[in-house]
Design a protein around this ligand. Structure first.
Ligand code: AMP
Length: 479
């Protein structure tokens, strides 16, 4: 099957060809015709399946075929794409710009953690397609900067994660101000009962598309476990990076403090590393990601929320330094590698106290993970010496101790709404998951700006990893 046979217009086919794609991925061949027909779609697809192009291409097609509605001085938003994280918003915005580069449509990305004024300025001029995280979008709506009376299409991307992150109230508020008559596209890696409940009030006679069996990891990812004492995990990780000469490894830790501590350790071992999590400024997060994608750093140490939706071309190696509390996060984590059919490896360093988490993951993916100790790092029967995980936590309520700069900033909550961080408690995520999500996204107001793209403007080809440096006044950032 070719993209041309899906019925996409010439400017879109040209943009797709420029990306080097010759065959639509399974999600694309199923979703594109349905979206072109104007049908609502409910798609079970993880990142890495090509889902973004699956909804972006037909939306661009439909918007470019139809008349741009008139009314007021500003171009009305005709398509709204909601994403849970800033990274994902930035990436989706990037895709809209890439695929729409030969079309006279305007798009913009808005998310929290950066100044709102440049976003206001962009939206006042009007955009056809808006990619947004829910919290910032509501701020902008309440400031009457954006209106939705001419909205034609709504996309909820990674809807499961939006619910996990407690966005349900924000989503409901947004839905309440959209025109009733519209096309709805709901994408989710998993379809829990909560997602199905949300879908009930949202999609109308949807075409259901599923490209990955529920809760299974991409088969292109080789997974295994190295049992090890907790205290020896940093040394084992350094050993693995050095002996296997991993040049680009995404490492997951459970906490921001753990990410900082491990980053420092790796740097001490001569491995270029950076941490990415919710306490980092948006600039620091953007820079860490850009450096990782360009090969400037070998190890990117991330918390789950920060890494959610990251699209890094050909990422060969993911390490779970600690297993996630929530088994679904394991699937999301290892989904960072083995994307778009490429092969990848996911290694989990598992200590005795993580037995329960491992069992939960194996139950979820219906698979026993191969387990093999690494010579010289075999676990001791008692699990080795105790590790104080709070060792470098800042004192409660106090100022963080300076630990290496990197634009580190501590949010003390209470300082107004935390853009993407206002959460409800009525979602399926366990309380710990909820807290972690909130924690990881809080704060980080400040630098940067929004990114607005006139899709007619020429843009540079994506470098390895798809990172695009944007010019003055814009930010290509995320998290
Ligand atoms: P997504 O699941 O949307 O995050 O996409 C995952 C990756 O697959 C992105 O880097 C896309 O650029 C890439 N991709 C999307 N569609 C195709 C395609 N038809 N052929 C090859 N790569 C693709």
């Amino acid at each position: 099957m070719s993209f041309a046979s899906l019925g996409l217009s010439a400017p879109l086919l040209k943009a797709v060809a420029e990306q080097g794609y010759d065959t639509p991925s399974p999600i694309q061949s199923q979703a594109i015709p349905a979206v072109l027909e104007g049908r609502d779609v409910m798609a079970a697809a993880q990142t890495g399946t090509g889902k973004t192009a699956g909804f972006t291409l037909p939306i661009l097609h439909r918007l470019s075929q139809g008349e741009r509605p008139r009314g007021g001085s500003q171009i009305p938003v005709r398509a709204l794409i909601l994403t849970p994280t800033r990274e994902l918003a930035a990436q989706v915005g990037e895709s809209v710009a890439t695929y729409g580069k030969h079309l006279p449509l305007k798009s913009a990305v808005v998310f929290g953690g950066v100044k709102i004024n440049p976003q206001i300025a962009t939206l006042r001029q009007g955009v056809d397609i808006l990619v947004a995280t829910p919290g910032r979008l509501l701020d902008l709506y309440q400031q009457k900067v954006v209106r939705f009376d001419k909205l034609e299409v709504l996309v909820l991307d990674e809807a499961d994660r939006m619910l996990d992150m407690g966005f349900i109230h924000d989503i409901r508020k947004i839905l309440a101000v959209l025109p009733k008559q519209r096309q709805n596209l709901l994408f989710s890696a998993t379809f829990s009962n909560d997602i199905r409940n949300l879908a009930k009030g949202l999609v109308n006679d949807p075409v259901e598309v599923s490209v990955t069996p529920r809760n299974t990891a991409a088969t292109t990812v080789t997974q295994w476990v190295h049992p090890v004492d907790k205290s020896r995990k940093p040394a084992l990780l350094s050993h693995l990076i050095q002996t296997h000469q991993w040049q680009q490894v995404l490492v997951f830790t459970r906490t921001k403090h753990g990410a900082n501590r491990l980053t420092k350790y790796l740097e001490g071992q001569g491995i270029e590393a950076a941490a990415i999590h919710g306490n980092k400024s948006q600039n620091a997060r953007t820079k860490a990601l850009a450096d990782f994608k360009s090969g400037g750093i070998r190890a990117l140490v991330a918390t789950d929320i920060a890494a959610r939706g990251l699209d890094i071309d050909q990422l060969p190696q993911v390490v779970n330094f600690e297993l996630p509390n929530v088994p679904e996060d394991y699937v999301h984590r290892i989904g960072r590698t083995g994307r778009a059919g490429a092969s990848g490896q996911a290694v989990s360093l598992v200590s005795l106290d993580e037995k329960k988490e491992l069992a939960g993951i194996e139950r979820l993916i219906s698979q026993r993970l191969n387990s093999q100790a690494v010579e010289g790092f075999e676990p001791t029967p008692g699990g080795g010496p105790k590790v104080d995980e709070n060792e470098d936590r800042p004192p409660r309520g106090g100022q963080r101790r300076g630990n290496g700069g990197n634009g580190q900033r501590r949010s003390h909550g209470g300082g107004g709404r935390g853009d993407d961080a206002r959460r409800s408690s009525s979602n399926r995520g366990a309380a710990s998951n909820q807290r972690r999500s909130q924690d990881d996204n809080r704060g980080n107001r400040g630098e940067g700006g929004n990114r607005s793209t006139d899709t007619t403007a020429p843009r540079r080809r994506r470098s390895r990893g798809g990172q695009r440096r944007s010019g003055g006044g814009t930010s290509n950032g995320n998290v």
